[in-house]
Design a protein around this ligand. Structure first.
Ligand SMILES: [Zn+2]
Length: 76
């Protein structure tokens, strides 16, 4: 099996967490979307949470909570 969904998700999550200013969270479906979009591609919502810390938390959540050694609470 060439693709490992969990691994890909974790990799994308760490990428998002390293650049939270480029992303935001849809308040309709909790998806992480690019900051530049005006409507959520998943649910067409237009309300977003642009708090970078919230983006990081959500990215880690969606990434499957693999990175137990780096918890956002430890950074505050
Ligand atoms: Zn949405």
């Amino acid at each position: 099996m060439p693709s490992e969904p969990l691994n890909d998700r974790a990799r994308q999550a760490s990428k998002i967490a390293s650049q939270p200013e480029d992303y935001k969270i849809c308040e309709g479906c909790d998806s992480i979307v690019a900051r530049r979009v005006h409507f959520c591609p998943n649910c067409h919502g237009y309300r977003f949470n642009e708090n970078p810390q919230a983006v990081i938390d959500q990215a880690i959540l969606l990434g499957g909570r693999e990175r137990t050694s780096v918890v956002s609470d430890d950074l505050v």
